[in-house]
Structures are given as C-alpha cells and as structure tokens.
Design a protein around this ligand. Structure first.
Ligand SMILES: *Cc1c(COP(=O)(O)O)cnc(C)c1O
Length: 388
C-alpha cells in the first residue's frame, strides 16, 4: 500500500473520488437486473401475488441452504421473530434471555407477546452474547433463549446449546444478520438457522441477502412447528376460510420470494467476497490502536458488518466522512437504555461491555460489490487518522 502524501491531508477529499457507501444496493441490482426483471415478469404474468409457487420454492431452497427440514416465509425479520415466539407458546409471565446490543426488533416482539426479556451482557472480544452469563440468568420462568448472531458472527453455540438442553429451554436464533454463517458443533459444520428450535431471518434490503422491500423467514427442523408458523403467518389457516389458530397477516409476497430466489444463488459467493474484504481490512489495519473483529476458529462468519472499536470513534467517523467514506454505528444506544424501556427499571452501568461498545464501535463499508481500490482507500484513510 502506498503512503498517503501529506499534501492530501486537506479537510475535503479530492473531488475525483466518489463516496464509498456503507452498502451499495444499486451496484448489486444493476448486475442482477435481467434476472430480477425476468422474475418479476413471471410473477406478474400469472398475477400470482399471494402464496404463489415462488414462495414455496424459496422456502425449500433457503431451508436447504441452512440445512433444515422446513422454512416458512413471512413479512419481515420482525414478523419471523414474533411468529417463533407465538409458535412456542411464549406469553405473559414468561422470560426470554437475550442481549442488549442488538436491533430493537429482537425485544420488541417479546413485549408484544407479553413476555419479559432478561439481558445478559456480551463478550468484549466477540461482541456476541457472553454465554458464561446465561446459566445465572435462567429462572423457573425462562421459556426461550434468543442468541443474536450480530454482524454475522455466530454466538458461541457449542457452549450455549448444552446449557439450553440441560434446562430444556428452546433456543430461537436471531439470525437476521447471519445468512449462510456456520458453526462447528460436535465436529460438524452447521449453518446459522439450523442450530436452535427455530431461527428468524430478515431480508431487509441491506442484509446479506435482501428483498426489494420487506421480507423474512423462519427455519427449523420440526416440520409440524414450522408448518404451524406458515399457517399463523397466513391468518391462522391451513385451508382457505378455515381458521384454526389466532393468526396474523404476515405472509411473504410472491414477488419478494421470486427476487430472493434469484439472489439466493449468489449468497454464498457474496459471503466469500465479504470474508475476503474483512481479511483485507484486518491485514491492512493491523498494528493500529484499533479493535478489529474477533472471529473464533470454530465459526465461518457472514460478515454482514465489519465493526472496529476505538475510544476515538466519533473523530474517526468524522475523518472518514471528510474522505467521502460512509460508516455506521450498530448500535449507538443499548436496548436497556432506550427511552421506550424506561419503565423496565434498567440502570446505566448494568451491562458495561455493551455500553462501552456503544461508544466505541464503528462499522466500515462492506458489501460484495466493493472494489479492491475502495478497500484500499478505506484502509489508507483509517491509517491516516492514526498518523500512519
Ligand atoms: C434486521 C434485523 C431484525 C429485523 O428484521 P426486519 O426484517 O427489519 O424486520 C431483527 N434482528 C436483527 C439483529 C436485525 O439485524
């Protein structure tokens, strides 16, 4: 890598350089345009907008990718999490264990069903659920554990699964950022989405595989349970106008399923590219006073996000902005400190690792279409910030 000449240390980047976005959906969709258009034509020609065959086909294909027996498409990742809780009968008086450094959808649906969420902090190295804290959080009311594979780096499932099994508590993976990630469990590689009783995925446009709108899916190995979720998402019916469950209007659109079928063929290749970008970052940023993602040996991450840590986060963010590099913060306010949860009696200082991370984390651009010279520009700009 070439050193940045000091003449370029001006507050604004050279005009010839384009903005490097956090994600570039335009580039992805331009490349896929003919296939997306063909998929749209096929659905529109048949006007099969609701429960069309693409929905069932996508469920089968996504389930096969995860290595599970069944999958039920639905309206969003939030709907997927909600349906998983409902299908497992979780409701008022029940407790669910999860982490405070996640997107609010994880806990939103727990309140929605009337359950209480119980937080454990995250591990400072992996930034994922600190599994060593889980056992102490289990009470006679605990009805589920929801590990969140945040940034696409799987939670320590080989440690979590035996704890859950010993207590007979189902695990619901929040795999909304972990499509295609894998974990080595008992000598066998298993994909995110196949590790617990159920798993929820989001196809929000910016996820590793995104719809052209909202979409989600629930995966699992209990076919009857997943079938019930499919029926719950479709107004609690198995047959038309015969409703045997209190359900929801949470279906996956046929059009979105058709688009997702196109993209699913690329997902694992895209994830390879994400890991390559992550490796380039990790090599390029080595030796700086900057925390880099820690990936345990027994996982294959999906690198939805590449998150670095530094107490100088805000200044680094401003510097990168001045070099036309977009960044993100996932997430700036931990859930236990959210205004909406003020009634729940959480305290500042209760989850110190999550709180420190919320002040120090910065997500660098990462998306499969990112070019090598863009990666180099980000590396140079970060090194420049640290005077190197
Ligand atoms: C995106 C996301 C969700 C919610 O998914 P939607 O499709 O936006 O409803 C839930 N949990 C996590 C960790 C997410 O990243």
């Amino acid at each position: 890598m070439t050193a940045t000449p000091s003449s370029s240390l001006s507050p604004s980047a050279p005009a010839s350089q384009d903005v490097i976005p956090l994600v570039d959906l335009g580039a992805q969709h331009a490349a896929l345009w003919p296939e997306l258009e063909a998929a749209m034509h096929a659905v529109v020609r048949r006007s099969a907008f609701i429960n069309g065959e693409e929905v069932r086909l996508f469920e089968q294909e996504f389930g096969a990718m995860c290595g599970v027996a069944a999958a039920a498409g639905c309206a969003s990742g939030t709907a997927a999490l909600h349906l998983a809780l409902v299908a497992l009968g979780i409701g008022p008086g029940d407790e669910v264990i999860t982490v405070p450094n996640t997107f609010i959808a994880t806990t939103e649906v727990m309140r929605e069903v009337g359950a209480r969420f119980v937080f454990v902090d995250v591990d400072s190295r992996t930034q994922q659920m600190d599994v060593s804290q889980v056992e102490a959080a289990i009470t006679p009311h605990t009805r589920a554990i929801v590990p969140v594979h945040l940034f696409g780096i799987p939670v320590d499932m080989p440690a979590l699964l035996p704890i859950a099994a010993r207590h007979g508590i189902p695990v619901i993976e929040d795999a909304c950022q972990a499509h295609g990630a894998a974990v080595l469990v008992d000598g066998e590689w298993r994909r995110a989405g196949s590790l617990g009783a159920l798993a929820a995925f989001s196809f929000y446009p910016g996820k590793n595989i995104g719809a052209l709108g909202d979409a989600g899916i629930v995966t699992g190995n209990d076919v009857a349970l997943v079938t019930r979720i499919r029926n719950l998402a479709n107004h609690g019916r198995a047959a038309k106008y015969e409703h045997d469950l209190d359900g929801y209007g949470y279906r996956l659109d046929t059009l979105q399923a058709a688009f997702l079928r196109v993209k699913l063929r690329y997902l694992l290749g895209w994830n390879d590219r994400r890991r390559q970008i992550a490796q380039d970052y990790t090599e390029g940023l080595a030796g700086l006073p900057l925390g880099l993602p820690h990936v345990p040996d027994d996982v294959v991450p999906a690198f939805h996000l590449y998150v670095v840590t530094t107490p100088e986060r805000d200044r680094l963010r401003d510097h990168l902005k001045s070099r036309k590099i977009e960044t993100g913060i996932h997430y700036p306010l931990p859930l236990h400190l959210q205004p909406v949860y003020r009634d729940l009696g959480f305290r500042r200082g209760q989850f110190p690792v999550t709180e420190r991370l919320s002040r120090e984390i910065l997500s660098l651009p990462i998306y499969p279409e990112m070019a090598d010279d863009q990666i180099a520009r980000v590396v140079c700009a970060v090194r420049e910030f640290f005077g190197q």
